[in-house]
Design a protein around this ligand. Structure first.
Ligand code: SF4
Length: 251
């Protein structure tokens, strides 16, 4: 596919996958892995990352160390957040404390910087174990773990998704995927764009049981159309308000 067409296709897919939830900024220099993951947990699956990060900063400023937050009374944590004008203080405080308790329960300590030296799969084991991380936490940590000069990670999930949706030929190589994504990801939009693609690829476009019926790019996807069959495909498009808006990912 020519470069201009790839840019068009990646832009089209991104438009359909974009969500405010994925507006996660790059990790601040003074933030460790425990704090970064706490911000993602406090954000949850549909909150604002910026607000969650402010909540974590407020707790960090108020308490001497994270163990103190873990063992404090719930109202003390909520008060610390309220005093710095953080919204939903009781809920955010409880989420932060529960997260710290789970991390401590798993490791007997709160140090999590090893996550950045671990493989993506090992990070996923920890995220599954704490049972509080939102679906975009894994891709965010994958980007955080990149070092200068590293290439954007390419997963089997991404290859499968881009191939099914018709953006790339079947079984694409890592280089093809990076070239395709490079057309969509400008430096400052790397996090929200990559996270949108990766969550879609891993959570919706699952290997054995893709959730085509509720997929936000169903109207661009030849595989999804075949998978559902004509009558169900039409019904699914109707239900998602996509009827008459069929698009082609491959130009
Ligand atoms: S419609 Fe189905 S196969 Fe196509 S991208 Fe969505 S989940 Fe994957």
């Amino acid at each position: 596919m020519p470069k201009a067409s790839q840019a068009l296709t990646s832009g089209l897919l991104l438009k359909q996958l974009r969500s405010d939830v994925y507006k996660v900024s790059p990790k601040k220099r003074d933030m460790n892995a425990l704090e970064r993951l706490m911000a993602l947990v406090v954000q949850g699956p549909d909150g604002s990352y910026a607000a969650a990060e402010k909540a974590v900063s407020a707790l960090k400023a108020h308490f001497t160390h994270w163990n103190e937050v873990r063992v404090s009374r719930a109202f003390e944590v909520a008060d610390a957040l309220s005093s710095r004008r953080i919204g939903n203080a009781p809920e955010r405080g409880l989420a932060a404390q529960e997260y710290l308790r789970r991390v401590f329960g798993l490791q007997n300590h709160l140090e999590l910087d090893w996550l950045y030296d671990a493989s993506s799969e090992r990070r996923d084991v920890l995220l599954d174990a704490i049972e509080m991380a939102p679906p975009h936490a894994g891709p965010v940590l994958d980007l955080d773990a990149m070092e200068e000069g590293d290439k954007v990670p390419v997963s089997t999930d991404l290859k499968r998704f881009l191939s099914r949706v018709g953006a790339l030929a079947p079984s694409p190589g890592g280089k093809q995927v990076r070239t395709f994504m490079g057309n969509a990801f400008k430096e400052k939009s790397l996090f929200p764009s990559y996270v949108a693609f990766q969550v879609q690829a891993a959570q919706i476009c699952e290997s054995k049981h893709p959730h085509c019926r509720h997929c936000p790019v169903l109207n661009s996807c030849p595989y999804g159309k075949r998978n559902l069959g004509n009558p169900t495909y039409g019904i699914a498009l109707e239900e998602m308000g996509m009827a008459g808006k069929t698009k082609t990912a491959r130009n």
